[in-house]
Design a protein around this ligand. Sequence first.
Ligand code: HEC
Length: 137
Amino acid sequence: MQLVKRIKVAGIVGVVILAVSLLFAFAPAPQKKNRVVPPDAAKEKNPMPNDATSFAAGKNIYNLKCTSCHGKKGKGDGPKSAEFDDKPQDFTAAEFKKQSDGELCWKITMGNTTMPCFKHQMTKDQRWQVITYLRKL
Ligand code: HEC
């Protein structure tokens, strides 16, 4: 009797697992999470000097941590970009450039569905320096 009960429970668990996996199989591809940058963060000014030192530091960080997805020239065509549903933006596009430094810093800090969160991987100064570099791409 005990055994029959166990088989029944196993059967129910199996059906539930199957149903859940089917649900995921047919769920639409994950949508780009809409990010609303908090107004205070968007207003933040880049405190790093806009000079060759910041540019060189930013370039170094960019080449190390960003090119795999965003591409060497920031066109969004890095070798890993083909793996994702949400494509990395083209940093040379006017649409991208019209954002404030504060908005970009917040996005780099927080990340998104595919875009990694760099809050703990980079200091805030480094995030501002990489923005100095992005501006010149
Ligand atoms: C694993 C791949 C990956 C890496 C590595 C990566 N990104 Fe991204 N990034 C993305 C994707 C995909 C998006 C587009 C989705 C989105 O808007 O978050 C994105 C979006 C962004 C945006 C927002 C653009 C906009 O107009 O909203 C910024 C800024 C950005 N990345 C900067 C960086 C910087 C700087 C680095 C390196 C420190 C970096 N990313 C590393 C994948 C990546």
